[in-house]
Write a protein that binds this ligand. Structure first.
Ligand code: ADP
Ligand code: ZN
Length: 521
């Protein structure tokens, strides 16, 4: 069977080898096994069910959330010589009936369906009469309330699968990796002993970096100056920030467009098209931009603000270098961005439990911004892929000249201050106390009497809290969950406090140079 799959890959798709992950997924599906494929956007998941669809005798039913993309998907099947069609709310009653009866006569190998269709009992009855050989669920995370794109209509799919007279193998696909979402997919779709394939997250052509402690606008201007001919996306957290940045760049003479949900349809389509056809080089956008957009020559994606979680970040950053040419993914970190994201979490109607989960995911992004280790490794580990070596050699932390610096004394100061404040406060107040500032709250609690008060008065508040964030990312300090996290020591911190272990950190060369007159960074 895999031999035949390879022939189809060549003859219909024109590729001579599988992309990572496609082979084990297709193999598992062809064996009739339920399969959960976790692949990044652009990883090539369509072929994972389209190839088995051609090898199975009956029809492959594909649930897909985006009505706007279905037609494109079917059009591109046409181009590959694969008979397929779609059914969604854009069709008239007669058109739906016609397509169903064509499907009954075996005219199609693939039928794309919007899950909303399952609200119609007549539709369900019709589908049940079709010879379904395989059921594929695209964007399967939409079934989970933990996912970033929960769609209630997905909940009906599980029930529908159970009711099918001959239950076909089910293949579910998502780019979301968290354990809760995976478990939800398996549970809600009723997958039986599914084969789990996590792969393809590594994008070797992308260079990841985090910029901390620089003026963001200055950084942008410097960065863009050398890239006037290249296409790039700048993501910002809010519409207002997009408007501001857009104006800023236009004033500086850059050919930029903007995109966010506050603009009219015409404005959005207008700037999207200009970007696609290279009439403008830079797209300044909120996360509303990018879904379903396949522009291959994006050379850089800059995040002007911290994204809300790693899934969102990786999907957005991954829009760089889709042509396999070089791409740069730069994240500009500023501590105030954490507040924006917390505010956005608080604005939601999520349950308290869900909010905690969102805070946890946000903290992972903050950790990403502070890890002294390989950024690619950090990302891949998050997605459950453990295949690369300790250092990739192609990210901000791997490629910069790093030095190992003994930070034990600094760490001890921070640890002991946290202990003396009885592990009851957040990092910013700890920093105020170490700085010895006249902060009202610090004085009110009598922290000016602590032996650690002013212990780091020669540093800036920012330096102190940056370093505390590194200690968090390194697992010495743990933040409690929620909107106002409190800093506590983990068991790792105590041997350091007792002088039994050292804290040796990799410090970037630039920061190490500054460390000559400033022992912190
Ligand atoms: P997604 O996982 O986002 O659905 P697609 O299925 O659209 O990704 O595939 C992304 C791109 O990869 C498409 O252009 C597709 O033609 C291409 N592709 C799929 N399989 C292969 C392969 N085996 N070799 C090379 N390119 C492939
Ligand atoms: Zn690296």
């Amino acid at each position: 069977m895999m031999q035949k799959a390879r022939v189809i890959l060549k003859e219909h798709f024109g590729y001579s080898s599988f992309k990572k992950g496609q082979e084990p997924i297709i193999e598992s599906i062809l064996q009739g096994r339920d399969t959960l494929g976790i692949m990044p956007t652009g990883g090539g998941k369509s072929a994972c069910y389209q190839i088995p669809a051609l090898l199975f005798p009956g029809l492959t039913l594909v649930f897909s959330p985006l009505i706007s993309l279905m037609k494109d998907q079917v059009d591109s099947l046409d181009g590959l010589g694969i008979p397929g069609t779609f059914i969604n709310s854009s069709l008239s009653y007669d058109e739906v009936e016609e397509r169903i009866s064509q499907a009954k006569r075996g005219k199609f190998k693939l039928l794309y369906v919007a899950p909303e269709r399952l609200e119609s009992t007549r539709f369900i009855a019709n589908i049940k009469s079709l010879p379904v050989s395989l059921l594929a669920v695209d964007e399967a995370h939409c079934i989970s309330q933990w996912g970033h794109d929960f769609r209630p209509s997905y909940l009906a799919i599980g029930q529908f699968i159970q009711e099918l007279p001959h239950r076909p193998p089910v293949a579910a696909f998502t780019a979301t990796a968290t354990a809760e979402v995976r478990q939800d997919i398996v549970k809600m779709l009723g997958l039986k002993n599914p084969k789990l394939v996590v792969t393809g997250f590594n994008r070797e052509n992308l260079f990841f970096s985090v910029i901390r402690g620089e003026n963001k606008r200055d950084f942008l201007l410097e960065y863009l100056a050398g890239r006037k001919e290249e296409a790039g996306i700048i993501y910002a957290a809010t519409r207002k920030e997009v408007d501001n940045l857009y104006e800023f760049l236009c004033k500086k003479g850059y050919s930029a467009g903007k995109y966010h949900a506050g603009l009219s349809d015409e404005e959005r389509t207008g700037s999207q098209d200009k970007f696609l056809y290279d009439d403008i080089r830079i797209m300044v956008a909120t996360n509303a931009f990018g879904m379903g957009i396949d522009k291959s020559n994006v050379r850089y994606v800059i995040h002007y603000n911290l994204p809300k979680n790693m899934e969102a970040y990786y999907q957005e950053a991954g829009r760089a270098g889709r042509d396999d040419g070089p791409g740069e993914c730069v994240l500009l970190f500023g501590p105030q961005d954490i507040q924006i994201q917390k505010f956005l979490i608080e604005q939601t109607q999520y349950s308290p439990e869900r909010k905690l989960n969102e805070y946890r995911k946000l903290q992972t992004m903050v950790d990403y911004c502070h890890t002294p280790h390989c950024l690619r490794k950090f990302i891949l580990r998050y997605f459950g892929e453990e295949s690369i070596a300790e250092e990739c050699g192609n990210c901000g932390t791997c490629s910069e000249k790093n030095e190992l610096v003994d930070k034990t004394v600094d760490a001890q100061m921070i640890f002991s201050c946290i202990l003396r404040m009885r592990e009851q406060f957040g990092i910013s107040l700890v920093a105020e106390v170490l700085k010895g500032s006249l902060n009202k709250k610090a004085l009110r609690y009598g922290f000016s009497d602590l032996s650690t008060y002013g212990l780091m008065k020669d540093r800036t508040l920012k330096q102190i809290s940056d370093f505390a964030n590194v200690l968090i990312a390194e697992g010495y300090i743990q933040l409690t969950e929620g909107q106002y996290p409190v800093a506590r020591l983990t068991p790792r911190a105590f041997p350091v406090l007792k002088g039994l272990e050292k804290v040796i950190l990799k410090v970037r060369k630039k920061e190490a140079a500054a460390a000559a007159d400033d022992s912190l960074f």
